[in-house]
Design a protein around this ligand. Structure first.
Ligand code: C2E
Ligand code: CA
Ligand code: CA
Length: 656
């Protein structure tokens, strides 16, 4: 706009002067032409009047020339410049004659011109006829044109200024507003809509386009924000939104002086599902879990997926007792089996609870403590545990033990003790169970209940099983050779049912030492089999094909049914000690044990009872046709040397 104004300010005066100049030249040309024409006519007239011989005639001629008004000055002069009427002259204007070559010369407002004549008056010959024409005609017309030009250009300039102001108001203002708006959008402020009222359709269209662009931008930003805050697979809030929610819960709780619970859930054996059935089944499983958990909490609470198979629930306004009940409910919701791609699956969970403010006042601390409690739950095989300060201490101990275990396996601190098994029907020792022991250089004897879960977690269990087995293999071979039909049972961790590497290594050891595979039984818990039925079936089949016996340990503590276990190559059922201890005192377990024994026999499995501490229990078991007995009644686990002696001196009649 300013540019247009400047251009006009420069070009209008230029235009004005050009017009005036052209006009002036034109008018002057016309004037001079006219003067020359008139002078010529006069000259012709004088020439035509051949005989001017009296002064009167000259005067008449001059007066007639002056009559028109255009001529202001007229005189006749001889060759010396003497005028015919030197005193009065016939001029209206008495200024002296000086011939002009252009208009305005000499500043006398008269255009002087002379022409040669030849007039004889008496003795004097007049040779020049001098005329002066009024220049006012030219000047008047020129000033009129100047006035009009100025008026036209002035009006034009005012119009331009009006036009520019109009354009500024109608176009520039909305454009400027759009400029300001787009700058604020660029700075991330997308919530103001582009509401421009303008009559210019192009600007209106531009504004409409920008508004729809803004809406798309808002929509995309919202979608991106949602994506950044939610887990794509389950649609649940992710870790960062979960942290936000905990922060909000903290500010609400601190305002109201109330408390809330952070529950950390981790699925048990989810990795197995992923590894054996593939990631798509794993993903479907996570979706089912997410849906069930979401149904289990109030709308005002949060359930988020904060890691692979890790979920976090924020339950506001509850104390520890209620939080624990709710956690049990959530764990219960996950228990029913479900179908994914034709597989019937079941997932369990371990839940750790941290309460605000007593277990932490920041999201990080609350999650960290819930995590510690969750690991403790896993470690203890429980569904729900609330955080306690001592757990941190246990964790440090665990870490130390983990390092010590590694060192201990290498330096041979692990060994086995053997608990004999007696066959009542023959009255003979029919086998023994190998149980691992750890003689810690500083802490002394450490129970397998303490080191086995750490080994399983750290994936060291197979190494320990092999090391201990190899250590006693030559002795066990001798025992087998001396007692035909004797069998050695070893405990195999669920982890070692995922592939055949343990079996491969055991087979090599047995081959080297000459230990017959038929002398070995592996004890696997029913939960180990059920956690990954497909894979377990394959691996157990390999053990069976190798001639190794398969025994289901701790039977009765899991969820499986005998009918289902029938599908696996199982030779023996070991009834868990919880059913056996006190069997003679409480009638409650009798029918269960009885039915189990009968069914196992029907399915061609042999049955052994562990945890037998009293003779009365043996009597009941014999009544139910269970003849294989293991327990402290006969012997606690013994070192190999003591076992050998024990077997030598064993006599069943001494126990009656
Ligand atoms: P388990 O396989 O159920 O082993 C039987 C446990 O019951 C042994 O405890 C044994 O000492 C104990 N026991 C024996 N007789 C009686 C009795 O009359 N009454 C009672 N109350 N208990 C009795 P232990 O040796 O402490 O082993 C505990 C668990 O550690 C074992 O339970 C087994 O699950 C695990 N374990 C031990 N050694 C190994 C191993 O080499 N590998 C694996 N994977 N696990 C092992
Ligand atoms: Ca066992
Ligand atoms: Ca057992």
């Amino acid at each position: 706009m300013l540019g247009v104004l400047l251009i006009h300010l420069v070009s209008l005066p230029f235009l004005y002067f050009t017009i005036i100049d052209i006009y002036k030249n034109n008018v002057e040309e016309q004037f001079v032409g006219h003067v020359r024409e008139l002078t010529g006519l006069l000259s012709d007239f004088i020439d035509a009047k051949k005989s001017i011989d009296s002064e009167n005639e000259v005067v008449l001629l001059m007066e007639s020339a002056l009559l028109g008004g255009e001529v202001l000055y007229i005189e006749l002069a001889d060759e010396y410049g003497n005028r015919l009427f030197p005193d009065a002259g016939l001029t209206l204007n008495t200024v002296g004659f000086s011939e002009d070559r252009y208009i305005g010369q000499h500043d006398d407002d008269i255009y002087f011109i002379s022409l040669p004549v030849n007039i004889q008056l008496g003795a004097v010959t007049y040779t020049r006829f001098k005329l002066g024409f009024d220049e006012a005609v030219v000047n008047d017309r020129l000033s009129l044109v100047k006035q009009r030009s100025l008026l036209i250009l002035g009006v034009y300039f005012i119009c331009i200024i009006f036009l520019l102001s109009y354009l500024t108001i109608v176009i520039m203002r909305p454009l400027k507003a759009l400029g300001v708006w787009s700058k604020s959008v660029a700075a991330g402020e997308c919530n103001t809509n582009v509401a421009l009222s303008t009559r210019i359709s192009e600007v209106r269209n531009l504004s409409d386009d920008l508004e729809s662009m803004r809406l798309t931008l808002v929509d995309q930003t919202e979608r991106m924000q949602y994506k950044a805050m939610h887990d794509e697979l389950t649609g649940l809030p992710n870790r960062s939104l979960n942290n936000d929610r905990i922060n909000h819960a903290i500010s609400r709780a601190s305002r109201k002086r109330s408390c809330f619970a952070v529950l950390l859930l981790d699925l048990n054996r989810f990795k197995d599902i992923n590894d054996t059935l593939g990631h798509s089944v794993g993903d479907q499983t996570l979706k089912v879990v997410a849906e069930r958990l979401d149904l289990g909490i109030r709308d005002s609470d949060t359930i988020a997926r904060i890691g692979g198979d890790e979920f976090c629930a924020i339950i506001e306004g509850v104390e520890r007792v209620v939080a624990e009940k709710l956690a049990m409910k959530l764990a219960g919701l996950l228990e029913p089996s479900f179908q994914v791609n034709g597989h019937t699956l079941q997932v369990g969970t371990s839940i750790g609870i941290a309460i605000y403010p007593e277990n932490g006042e920041t999201p990080e601390l609350l999650i960290q403590h819930a995590d510690v409690a969750m690991y403790e739950a896993k470690y203890q095989g429980l569904k729900v545990i609330s955080y306690h300060e001592d757990m941190d201490k246990n964790r440090v101990e665990d870490l130390q033990l983990t390092t010590d275990i590694r060192e201990g396996i290498k330096s041979g601190q692990f060994y086995a003790v053997f608990q004999p098994k007696v066959d009542i029907s023959t009255g003979r020792v029919c086998g023994c169970e190998m149980l691992a022991r750890w003689d810690h250089p500083r802490l002394g004897l450490i129970s397998p209940d303490k080191f086995i879960p750490i080994m399983e977690r750290e994936n060291m269990i197979a190494e320990m099983t092999l090391t201990v087995f190899d250590k006693h293999l030559p002795q066990l071979k001798q025992l087998l050779d001396a007692h035909p039909g004797f069998k050695v049972s070893i405990n195999v961790s669920p982890l070692n049912l995922l592939d055949t590497s343990l079996l491969d290594n055991l087979e090599v050891s047995m081959q080297v030492s000459g230990f017959k595979t038929s002398g070995l039984i592996i004890e696997v818990t029913e939960n180990a089999i059920m956690s990954n039925p497909l894979r377990s079936a394959r691996v157990l089949q390999k053990f069976s094909e190798a001639g190794i016996g398969v025994s289901v340990d701790d039977f009765g503590t899991g969820y499986s049914s005998l009918a289902y276990l029938q599908k696996f190559p199982i030779n023996e059922l070991k009834i868990d000690k919880s059913f056996i201890i006190g069997l003679n005192k409480s009638a409650q377990n009798y029918p269960i044990v009885n039915a189990t024994i009968t069914m196992a026999h029907d399915l061609g499995m042999s049955v052994i009872a562990e945890g037998v501490e009293e003779m009365e229990v043996i009597d009941l078991l014999v009544e139910m046709k269970c003849y294989h007995i293991q327990g402290r009644f006969f012997s606690k686990p013994l070192s190999f040397e003591k076992l050998e002696d024990w077997i030598k001196s064993f006599n069943i009649t001494e126990y009656r």
